[in-house]
Design a binder for this molecule. Structure first.
Ligand code: BES
Ligand code: MN
Ligand code: MN
Length: 460
């Protein structure tokens, strides 16, 4: 077994790998919009063909009540540890379209980066795993671990059918550890392994007042305006310390220990640069917490969408009959998404004005996670990152959510290694999403080396 040959193959084939990734990125696999259901299927089929071509076995696009889950495996022997690779081939909608410099599904390579929806989240990162496996097989080497893959098509719309799929396929998915590349590194050239993710509780509220939109001159003054009322309610959701005012919201929060807070302070984080990168003058954090703590380890409540009344050009003197908001709460270890959504419902019911009717809907949710940093796979991952980046990776928490990580633990008893190569500046979910080709190849090499270290822990 010659590891350098495997790494060399990957290094020499960067252009070929990129050209293949371009084809994957062309497919409009937008899972949340039913209009694109056939495109989502097409992406699953594309993956199936590619996995077969590389030489994996048992390659199947498993139909579910939603979009297919692609599974595949490469089993070398029962003496080897088994890695379950998870990722998602679905993507977020590209809107707003007019802010893209090049069309989101016509990948554009510019300044060493590939621009397309899904370039980083998550097609580009899923593809690194395929190319790492291919690099072993194409050089006549065995992959030093058994590999199983589970690549879903519904992550961006809440992974609705994945838990049932895991329940129904325990044996197929049996492994020693899950490896996921769907997170970010701490910074460019600053490798990190993610040790915690926030969860999510997503709700929608609607207020309805009069039975129709009214003339604001004829009725205004005596009719409570749903837009005004919703604005009052939203404003009251945070107090002067920027803490969420929902009763019981913080009850189950696992507070950061002094040690953890010290680790946060040691991270090479430049607050001014961070503010500059997103064009804000100042921050607003929960009192007593710094930026990094606030964006990764504290719960939040944010309005994600807000609508009511006249939105067109010019003025229309109208007192709208309804107002609505989409609200997401990022939750942290200790908190439960259903409990938090229910506390939010109770809050809205209690505070809704008697002048109007309230409707409250729970949309999707996901559990937060803290990962096991002591397991052998974590050591192999840290070693692999050190090989490639020539420095020790940091252990960091991130504020985004990957709900299936908690399911892997609860349903399959598996811990996950979050080995991501994104950057927060990659504009995932935004116009001009991109992935640096340098990180694409570093990711492939890191995964090759991870498989080696995890499969041969005794080797240097
Ligand atoms: N890959 C992201 C999650 C992520 C992004 C984790 C950056 C860490 C850093 C994932 O695809 C995602 O977008 N998740 C959604 C959750 C889901 C329930 C829609 C999220 O975090 O909003
Ligand atoms: Mn993702
Ligand atoms: Mn995403």
């Amino acid at each position: 077994m010659d590891l350098s040959k495997v790494v060399e193959f990957a290094g020499n084939n960067g252009d070929v790998f990129t050209a293949q990734l371009v084809n994957f990125l062309r497919i409009k696999s937008i899972s949340t919009d039913p209009k694109f259901a056939s495109n989502v299927h097409e992406a699953a089929d594309w993956l199936v063909a590619e996995l077969k071509r590389i030489g994996l076995t048992n390659v199947v696009a498993n139909e579910t009540a939603g979009h297919p889950v692609v599974t595949a495996e490469l089993i070398g022997g029962s003496d080897r540890p088994t890695v379950l690779v998870y990722g998602h081939y679905d993507v977020q909608p590209p809107d707003p379209m007019d802010l893209w410099d090049s069309p989101p599904f016509e990948p554009d390579i510019k300044d060493g980066k590939i621009f397309a929806r899904g370039a980083c989240d998550d097609k580009g990162q899923v593809f690194m795993h395929l190319k790492a496996i291919e690099s072993y097989l194409s050089t006549g080497n065995e992959v030093p671990v058994n590999v199983k893959l589970v690549i879903e098509g519904e992550e961006e719309s809440g992974s609705e059918h994945l838990a049932a799929f895991l329940e129904a396929n325990r044996k197929l998915l049996d492994a020693d550890v899950v490896v996921i590349s769907d997170t970010a590194m701490f910074g460019d050239g600053i490798p990190s392994i993610t040790t915690g993710l926030r969860g999510l509780a997503y709700v929608q509220v609607e207020l309805t007042g009069p039975n129709r939109d009214l003339h604001s001159g004829v009725y205004g003054g005596a009719v409570d305006n749903p837009a005004n009322a919703l604005a009052r309610m939203i404003a009251a959701l945070h107090d002067d310390n920027n803490r969420v005012t929902i009763d019981g919201f913080y009850d189950d929060v696992l507070e950061l220990s002094e040690d953890e807070r010290a680790t946060f302070r040691d991270l090479p984080f430049d607050a001014d640069e961070w503010k500059r990168s997103i064009g804000i003058e100042d921050v607003r954090t929960e009192r007593g917490y710094n930026i990094l703590e606030a964006i990764t380890a504290r719960p939040t409540l944010d309005v994600n969408g807000l609508w009511s009344g006249y939105q067109g050009d010019g003025a229309k003197t109208v007192l709208p009959a309804t107002a609505a908001a989409k609200i997401s709460m990022r939750i942290v270890p200790g908190q439960d998404p259903d409990t938090i959504a229910e506390l939010a419902r109770l809050h809205f019911v209690k505070h809704a004005p008697s002048t109007m009717k309230l409707e409250f809907h729970k949309l999707h949710g996901g559990k937060p996670v803290l990962v096991n940093t002591a397991m052998p796979a974590m050591k192999a991952a840290a070693r692999a990152m050190h090989d490639v980046y020539n420095r020790e990776p940091y252990f960091t928490r991130e504020g985004g959510s990957i709900p299936v990580v908690a399911d892997f633990k609860e349903i399959l008893g598996l811990d996950s290694v979050l080995l991501g190569f994104g950057l927060n500046s990659d504009a995932i979910h935004s116009p001009n999403e991109h992935f640096g080709l340098d990180r694409f190849s570093q990711g492939i090499e890191t995964i090759i080396r991870f498989m080696h270290h995890f499969g041969h822990p005794e080797d240097k």
